[in-house]
Structures are given as structure tokens and as C-alpha cells.
Design a protein around this ligand. Structure first.
Ligand SMILES: Cc1cc2nc3c(=O)[nH]c(=O)nc-3n(C[C@H](O)[C@H](O)[C@H](O)COP(=O)(O)O)c2cc1C
Length: 341
């Protein structure tokens, strides 16, 4: 069997679930994954996902309609479970006949799961650990995304390779599992498929697609950066919890460390209440991703990026990125077949 045929076979379950040519999802990225990138990914045979982020329902409805005008291929919508209008957003997706909803940012409520499933939409959820993955499958989730700490954006503590080893053997026979985090080349896609993944999800590699609306400064920062520049946010004091986010280091990340030190000092001196201090930390990065992606402020904005950023070397059409990933995966499988023979 050729590498290409082997790739098609390994992806068959994922492509059947997604309805796309390849089982390669472009993970939702707030401010980046809007109509242009999402439709370009889906038109190229991948599976684009709109990032709803903090959008109100009517804005999401507009974004879905605009995406549908640009592609007749399937795509998904990513909703953050903490959104205060979650049920209205689900209603918007159902009315627009969205085929797949991806829930991120914590365990979804039973009501949200029920509303998505009863509208006939396929439900995907992020599973940060095996126990939670099992719980999600029991509650009727149709497919899982397992995302390791190499990924860009909000991250868990465990690496992709370990999550894959723990979760794929236990659950890949029950539901399709898509592996995310740190995937930059097709050879890694081939490896996770061989381990039992139904497909993969990449974010960082798609930020510099020609169709991505990310600011040229944001794209330039990605093209210049190496893997070691994409660091997880650091928490200095257990009294002041910091949500782990992986982003390129810049003046903003350094100022954040200084800010934590300042607030720790104020806490020690009794100048500020604990709740107020925690709120200051929580709000520090508010609006920072928008500043970087939309306004191009790469100094103080949040440059969310995964460790695969070192493999982003130029701006190129989404179709070229997907074609290269697919060719590389097929090559890798060809090579493995030859070695095994
Ligand atoms: C700039 C940026 C923004 C992101 N925003 C979101 C988001 O809004 N919702 C979400 O579920 N994941 C978000 N992610 C994670 C991606 O969907 C994807 O899972 C991740 O990038 C995959 O890992 P990789 O970056 O190593 O390819 C974001 C990632 C990046 C780089």
C-alpha cells in the first residue's frame, strides 16, 4: 500500500466524522479563526473551526453566515463553556445548521450537551486527562480533542505525547480522538494516526496562512520565533493563581512577572485584599490577544503561540500548508512501510 493510501486508510474514521477530505482540523483561534481562514481551510480539504470567543450571539450568527457564503464544505464552531450566553450561542449554531460544535474551556453542562445533541449537531470536547475523557464519553460527547502543553493558547500541564499514550489506547475505539499540540509536520500527524488517533488539530501552523487576518506584525513575530520563545505563563505565588497560557515572550510577559511581584508585595504589606489582588492578576491579560492579533501590538499584546512556531517560516496559502502536511505524512508512512517490509 502506498503512503497516500495508507494515510487515507488511517484518516478514514476522522474524515467520516468531520465530512472533510483530510482529518486535519485547524483549531479555533480567537480573533484569527474567522470567515476567511476557516473557509480557506475547509475549501482546501481540512476542517476549519470558527472561534466564537466572547462574541455575542448575533455576531456569531453573522460570522457563520459569512463563512457559509465562502465555502460549501463542512466547518465547526468553537464555543467557550464560560460564555454567559452559551445556550443562545448553541441556538444560533442550530438555526444556522452548523454540523459540528467544539466546546472548550472546561467541562460543559448537561444542558449544553443535551441542546447540541438534540439539535442533531455533532459534539466535540477537549479532554485534559483520561478520567475526564471517560466522563465526557459517558455523557454522550461524539468525539474528543486531546491537547498537550506544547500547544499555543490556554494549556494543561501534560504533554501531547503522554496524553496520546494514556488516552488513545483507552478510548480511541469508542469515539474518534483528535490529537493537538505541537504538531508542525506531517510526520507527527502520521505518528499520532498510527497510535490510534482519528485525526489531528493544528493551530500555530495556520496563523501565518495568507488568508489569516492576523496583523502583519503578529505574523512576522511567528516567522521569526523559535520553539523556545513560546513559553507558558509563570505563576510566582500560590495565592495568586495564573491561568497557564503559552505565548511568545515579549515585553508584556516580563511586565506580567513584575506585576505579580508588585502585587505580592502589596499583599504581604496588607495594602490590598486577596480577592482584589487575584482580580488584578486575572484581568491583566484582558484584551491582550486582540491587541496583538488585530492591532499588531506585539510588545504588550499576547502572542499566543505553540512550540511548533519554529516550523512556521513564511506566509503561504492555507491550501499549500495542508498539501505539504499531507505529502509529508504520506512520505513518512511510505518510509515506515519500506522499513517494515
Ligand atoms: C493565537 C491562538 C488562539 C487560540 N484560541 C483558542 C480559542 O479561542 N479556543 C480554543 O479552544 N483553542 C484556542 N487555541 C488553541 C488552538 O485551537 C489549537 O488547539 C492549538 O493551537 C493546537 O496546538 P498548536 O498551537 O501546537 O498547533 C488558540 C491557539 C492560538 C495559537
Amino acid at each position: 500500500m502506498s503512503g497516500t493510501d495508507r494515510l487515507d486508510t488511517l484518516m478514514a474514521r476522522g474524515t467520516a466524522f468531520l465530512g472533510s477530505r483530510y482529518a486535519i482540523m485547524a483549531g479555533a483561534m480567537t480573533w484569527v479563526s474567522e470567515r476567511h481562514l476557516v473557509s480557506a481551510i475547509s475549501n482546501a480539504g481540512g476542517f476549519g473551526v470558527i472561534a466564537c470567543g466572547a462574541m455575542p450571539p448575533e455576531m456569531l450568527a453573522g460570522e457563520i453566515a459569512a463563512t457559509q457564503a465562502l465555502t460549501d464544505k463542512p466547518f465547526g464552531v468553537n464555543l467557550i463553556t464560560l460564555h454567559p450566553q452559551m445556550m443562545d450561542l448553541i441556538q444560533v449554531c442550530a438555526e444556522a445548521k452548523v454540523s459540528h460544535v467544539v466546546l472548550a474551556g472546561g467541562l460543559p453542562s448537561g444542558a449544553a450537551i443535551e441542546a447540541i445533541k438534540s439539535a442533531g449537531m455533532k459534539l466535540m470536547c477537549f479532554a485534559p486527562a483520561l478520567a475526564l475523557a471517560k466522563k465526557l464519553v459517558r455523557s454522550g460527547v461524539d468525539a474528543l480533542v486531546i491537547e498537550g502543553s506544547e500547544a499555543g493558547g490556554h494549556i494543561g500541564p501534560v504533554s501531547t505525547s503522554v496524553l496520546a499514550q494514556e488516552i488513545l489506547p483507552a478510548l480511541a475505539h469508542e469515539v474518534p480522538v483528535f490529537v493537538a499540540g505541537g504538531i508542525g509536520r506531517g510526520s507527527a500527524i502520521a505518528a499520532y494516526l498510527e497510535m490510534g488517533a482519528a485525526g489531528v488539530q493544528l493551530g500555530t501552523r495556520f496563523v501565518c496562512a495568507t488568508e489569516s487576518v492576523a496583523h502583519p506584525n503578529f505574523k512576522r513575530a511567528f516567522i521569526r520565533a523559535a520553539a523556545r520563545d513560546a513559553i507558558a505563563s509563570v505563576q510566582l505565588d500560590p495565592r495568586l493563581p495564573v491561568i497557564p497560557v503559552r505565548a511568545l515572550k515579549n515585553a508584556g510577559t516580563e511586565a506580567f512577572t513584575a506585576k505579580q511581584r508588585e502585587i505580592m508585595g502589596e499583599l504581604d504589606a496588607g495594602k490590598v485584599e486577596l480577592a482584589e489582588a487575584q482580580l488584578q492578576i486575572e484581568h491583566y491579560w484582558a484584551g491582550a490577544l486582540r491587541r496583538a492579533v488585530v492591532d499588531g501590538d506585539v510588545e504588550t499584546g499576547s502572542l499566543m503561540a505553540g512550540q511548533s512556531v519554529g516550523m512556521v517560516t513564511k506566509e503561504e496559502p492555507a491550501a499549500d500548508i495542508i498539501a505539504e502536511l499531507v505529502a509529508d505524512a504520506a512520505d513518512a508512512l511510505d518510509g515506515r512501510g519500506a522499513r517494515a517490509a
